[in-house]
Design a protein around this ligand. Structure first.
Ligand code: DC
Length: 223
């Protein structure tokens, strides 16, 4: 299996990468991995074990306690910490608040990128994140970069939070998205940016099916 059989989808927070990536994976029978959950899992680990995010050595040692598992025949995944399933905690607002800062740490990034490349080498996979096309699998033949305005992204994220019973004002959701965009794009290590050969898709006025269709029209599949 070669990296060029993987599909990279990058883009800013709440640009639809996960929803669209999962739909596309189902349509073309690929596995799916949202690499954001890896950075979230490390953030959860730091908070849970009360490790200072600047204590990189201790955090990297602790990453070994995390297990990232695919659930066969689905686009779902499970993250375990010390054999406890922590998946449902990874999208909560406390993690959201701290994750961008953890993701600026270059040593943590290289540890996670190693795991991501191993997965990419052994699976037909759609991988979503911020640096997939630029750093993780630069040889991927198919690379997409999703964009959408911060208002549209905040509307989507606000609706998602509401559905899961999380009550945050629209203004707070929007300002946190903008704050994370700033950290993700301005960081020194693997900043969020399209690869030179990415196809840019602005999803502001498109629904999920339209974006998936646009991707399928541009994909070269060679299993
Ligand atoms: O996509 P997400 O919101 O779950 O990502 C959480 C954080 O992790 C986000 O602030 C950026 C970071 N991240 C990253 O730096 N590189 C990736 N490949 C994926 C996520």
């Amino acid at each position: 299996m070669k990296q060029n059989q993987c599909i990279a989808i990058d883009g800013p927070v709440a640009s639809g990468k996960t929803t669209i990536g999962k739909e596309l994976a189902k349509k073309i029978d690929y596995c799916f991995l949202d690499t954001g959950i890896m950075y979230r899992a490390v953030t959860y680990l730091a908070l849970e074990k009360k490790i200072n995010p600047n204590d990189t050595g201790l955090l990297i040692d602790s990453i070994k306690k995390l297990k990232f598992k695919f659930i066969p025949n689905s686009t779902n995944y499970q993250v375990n910490l010390d054999n406890k399933n922590i998946t449902k905690h990874l999208k909560n607002p406390t993690i959201e608040k701290h994750v961008s800062v953890v993701a600026t740490n270059s040593l943590i990034r290289s540890e996670l990128v190693k795991i991501q490349r191993e997965i990419a080498y052994s699976n037909h996979i759609i991988m979503v994140g911020r640096d997939i096309g630029t750093i993780v699998i630069p040889n991927a033949k198919n690379k997409f970069f999703l964009i959408a305005s911060s208002i549209v992204r905040a509307q989507r994220r606000y609706a998602e939070f509401k559905k899961t019973g999380i009550n945050l004002s629209f203004e707070i959701v929007k300002s946190e998205i903008e704050n994370r965009d700033k950290i993700d794009t301005e960081r020194k290590e693997s900043p969020l940016k399209p690869a030179h050969d990415s196809i840019l898709i602005n999803t502001d006025k498109m629904n999920i099916d339209e974006v998936v269709e646009e991707m399928i029209n541009n994909i070269e599949i060679n299993k």
